[in-house]
Design a protein around this ligand. Sequence first.
Ligand code: CTP
Length: 402
Amino acid sequence: MLKGKKILLGITGGIAAYKIPFLLRLLKKEGAEVQIILSPFAKEFVTPLTLSTLSERPVLTEFHNKDDGSWFSHVNLGLWADLFLVAPLTANTMGKMAAGIADNLLLTTILSSRCPVFFAPTMDLDMYHHPSTQSNIKKLQKFGYKLIEPVEGELASGLKGMGRLEEPEVIFEIIKEHFEKKKALKGKKVLVTAGPTHEPIDPVRFIGNHSSGKMGIAIAEALVDEGAEVDLVLGPTSENTEKQGIKIHRVTTAEQMFEKSMQVFKNEDIAILSAAVADFSPSNIADSKIKKEQGFQSIELKPTKDILASLGKVKSKKQILVGFALETDNEEANAIKKLNAKNLDLIVLNSLRDKGAGFGYSTNKVSILDNKGNKTEFALKDKTEVAKDIIAAIVSVLEQKK
Ligand code: CTP
């Protein structure tokens, strides 16, 4: 399964490094090409000779070969790899990775790589649970790096708890699974709208809503994991994504979101509209700040363009269009009405009545309805998991359209 797969294996200075030769043997036996990069301190825990013998390649630590002066290009190494695994990953190197520090070959190569990165942090109990460690793990996950969680057990310090490196056999299975998994959306182009819109009243005020954009960003990230290329049209929010494969188009108003979405939709296979677009915007925007003394009491509004309905009108038979419905009453009936009226393939319904669902939360509870009358209800889940359910539903529509 791993024949010809190129793996960069970064080892940092933790006691669990002694397990890596076993992992290396498993990878090599399955046909992978493995290039080891050691952090400067790692060689205190595992010998370069063992690693170079097993990997059948020189082990790299320095930017250049001190003997002949030749230089190892971190850029070439980064581009060479199909997968980068850092195991074990110490708190020190993890902190540097999270901060973008590049003071050794391993760190610099991680910054230069374009392939999926897996990381297996190991450390003592309290270090692992420290808020700085936990926030660094979250930060690396935000980059799209995959966490191989440590397991419970006896630690080198004698303490018992979370922090042991996962067994080499299990890490090996995780890597194999990654390569075996068929990416369902490989080569597909997808438009995602997310976040709120702001409709200006005057230069300092606007009409907006509580949408954070978290759901749409989670969808965009999960799409990339399935092999898609994403255009994310994102309204004004502090939420962000740094994941490669997502092109972010920042917009502010409903009109701008409409223009950008219409423009990119022509080249897309799928569009998922999760943005909370304002339905109305002020008819007149004051050029200068409206003063209290002017005593204005009402704002005249005009309807905005319905992006979802407009895409529904121009969509081809091959394109898949997915809308969201946020309802408080007659949820299902309203969602079906929107699905039909706007020519959608799927509609994702979330009810504001469900606890933990909707604006601002990191969880959501949805039902997905298709245009054939099928409905699937899902439990309250993390938005990253909800995103996977939505994508699975899209993949099955894609199969039906074939
Ligand atoms: N939507 C859109 N453009 C708008 C308004 C909404 O693309 N101007 C999209 C949203 O992104 C979402 C879906 O339409 O996918 C439903 O939005 P929602 O506000 O729930 O429904 P509306 O159709 O606006 O109807 P209502 O406000 O009456 O519920």
